[in-house]
Design a protein around this ligand. Structure first.
Ligand code: ATP
Length: 282
């Protein structure tokens, strides 16, 4: 059976910075997979490659058997960006954002029809944002914003959903809603790849995890990925033998590259092309 996501020997560099170095990953449909790695390990770059928004130096990316750009054009891939990648001042409502998930399906009139409005209503209800549908997107809490973007992916009917740090700055209720939704989507056969620093959330969220450090060091069941020696490998530290995995000291010990990444346009043309990071026009 064709894997939902198939990354083979992927190498991506920005000038002389090697962001991915021979990364390979195969994800079956109907699974939630956590993507774990320290700052700068290449998680966002992998998402950009999955959306066809960066050109690999080497290697291939396939989504449902298609090259990533074709998969994105066909609406197969939904993307929930990091909060920093979105222009929250953009004058659109929550409902407008969710409707963007339908753009690829609108006919030549570019007019939303009854089915589009129904899909948007249903997606808003599933993320519990019906009552806030008319509000400007920037005037939501961090968790509500994430839920709005998850709703966009649901309305789009994306087979593969990519979420970049969906729990960063998110309240517990939103986190629980998002986890529940992602599990439901996977049960219905969708494929979900989630990057997160929150290792505590991982067992409830994901079926499996991939540890990334420019290449995929390990990919397998969450329990095995969280073994101290494996985490140590991914985070480059001595194993900490404790019952609950903690990444905090490791994470905070590694310098964050996020601002550089956001400030440098070449990593994510998808982010720049539209203020709301649809990933559809790169
Ligand atoms: N546009 C760019 N120009 C130059 N280097 C870049 C660019 N974007 C990312 N990098 C570098 O590529 C490497 C991988 O970055 P990437 O953003 O993919 O990592 P990440 O795992 O998503 O990090 P974080 O957890 O901080 O979001 C880092 O060394 C980063 O500094």
């Amino acid at each position: 059976m064709t894997a939902a996501i198939e990354v083979a020997d992927l190498t991506v560099s920005y000038g002389d910075v090697l962001a991915l170095d021979g990364a390979s990953l195969s994800v079956a449909a109907g699974r939630v997979t956590g993507l774990i790695g320290m700052n700068g390990s290449g998680k966002s770059t992998l998402f950009s490659a999955l959306m066809g928004a960066v050109r690999p130096d080497h290697g291939t990316v396939r989504i449902g058997g298609l090259p990533s750009s074709a998969a994105r054009r066909g609406g197969l891939v939904g993307y929930v960006p990091q909060a920093e990648a979105v222009d929250w001042a953009f004058p659109v409502s929550v409902r407008d954002v969710v409707m963007m998930g339908r753009y690829g399906r609108l006919g030549t009139t570019r007019r939303a029809g009854r089915a589009d409005h129904a899909a948007v209503d249903e997606a808003l209800a599933r993320v519990e944002l019906t009552e806030l549908a008319g509000r400007q997107i920037g005037r939501l809490s961090g968790g509500q914003k994430k839920r709005a973007f998850v709703a966009r992916g649901i309305a789009q009917g994306a087979e593969v959903l990519l979420l970049d740090e969906p729990f960063a700055g998110v309240d517990k209720r939103s986190e629980a809603t998002i986890v529940r939704l992602l599990r439901e989507l996977a049960s219905a056969g969708r494929t979900v790849l989630v990057s997160t620093h929150d290792l505590h959330a991982l067992p409830a969220l994901a079926d499996e995890a991939a540890l990334l450090q420019r290449r995929v060091l390990f990919h397998g069941p969450v329990g095995e990925a969280l073994a101290p020696e494996r985490l140590a490998l991914a985070f480059g530290v001595t194993p900490v033998h404790s019952a609950t995995p903690s990444v905090t000291p490791v994470h905070s010990a590694t310098p964050s590259v996020t601002p550089a990444h956001q400030a440098t346009p070449s990593v994510a043309p998808a982010h720049r092309a539209t203020p709301l990071a649809t990933g559809e026009h790169a």
